[in-house]
Design a protein around this ligand. Structure first.
Ligand SMILES: [Zn+2]
Length: 271
């Protein structure tokens, strides 16, 4: 773990994993913590008691696959990075993602981070024997340097949305994933360098064209938090729908001189 640059490499969710962790400031976080104490622990996917995320539901996020989608590429954009998902945005996986983002289930950052770490490690094995590669061809293999320090870049979320959720939710997941990778001997840090500006609305309910217009020019890079040039850069998000967020983020990072090696999302919609 490199702590040499401010903002990068901070294992946000790694200090004290578990549901009792104090994770934010302010009333909302305190209220959420109280709710955690009052409600019995249940699986976010199937409501099984006694676990945050059961083994059966975890398998819904165990199938690394390439996502082929007509991504909305901004004019003058650099190459489109390959996009991978761990599961479909339906059933238990969808319920868990929604619970994490909207219902205060911040404890899910831990299993989601493990799933992302497993998925990133899986990208290295994305070889000729992979059924996904056989289907899509060699050009889908991400050019991921196993020896480099992987920089995990969380997708941006609006500041106001992050506050309501008690902290930037994908930063928490990326932090846990980086910590898991580091425990396994792979150099990985978080580069929490993307912000979406005040002009961007929350994207819930927008159609693809509206979503792209909403994001165009509104995702920006914080230079002092950006990965160094030449580093393997992995963009992390929870849901891929139209791909507008991923493309806008990849576009601004490429313009900043740090092209995205691959995008990995927890879930992708089927369309
Ligand atoms: Zn379950």
């Amino acid at each position: 773990m490199s702590g040499s640059r401010e903002g990068a490499g901070e294992p946000v969710a790694a200090r004290a994993p578990g549901r009792w962790r104090r994770t934010g400031d302010g009333l909302a976080a305190a209220a959420s913590g109280l709710i955690d104490l009052m409600l019995p622990l249940r699986c976010a996917g199937c409501a099984r008691p006694g676990t945050a995320w059961c083994g059966g539901c975890a398998r819904e996020l165990g199938g690394l696959r390439k996502v082929v989608r007509a991504l909305p590429v901004p004019s003058g954009s650099a190459a489109v990075p390959p996009v991978f998902a761990l599961g479909r945005y339906r059933g238990a996986a969808r319920r868990a993602v929604v619970s994490y983002k909207a219902a205060g289930r911040r404890d899910l950052a831990d299993p989601f981070g493990v799933a992302i770490a497993d998925g990133l490690a899986g990208l290295l094995q994305w070889g000729p024997s992979s059924s996904g590669r056989a289907a899509f061809g060699a050009e889908t293999v991400p050019d991921l340097d196993p020896a480099g320090t992987w920089h995990l870049v969380p997708a941006p979320s609006r500041a106001i949305t992050s506050r309501r959720r008690g902290g930037a939710h994908m930063t928490r997941v990326a932090g846990r994933a980086a910590a898991v990778l580091a425990e396994r001997g792979r150099a990985a840090v978080v580069a929490d360098c993307l912000v979406s500006g005040a002009g961007a609305r929350d994207s819930v309910g927008l159609d693809p064209a509206e979503r792209l217009r909403n994001l165009a020019g509104r995702v920006s890079v914080l230079p002092r938090r950006a990965p160094p040039a030449g580093a393997p850069v992995l963009l992390i998000d929870d849901v891929l729908t139209t791909g507008a967020t991923a493309m806008s983020s990849a576009h601004v990072l490429a313009r900043h001189g740090v092209p995205v090696t691959a995008v990995l999302v927890l879930t992708a919609t089927s369309g």
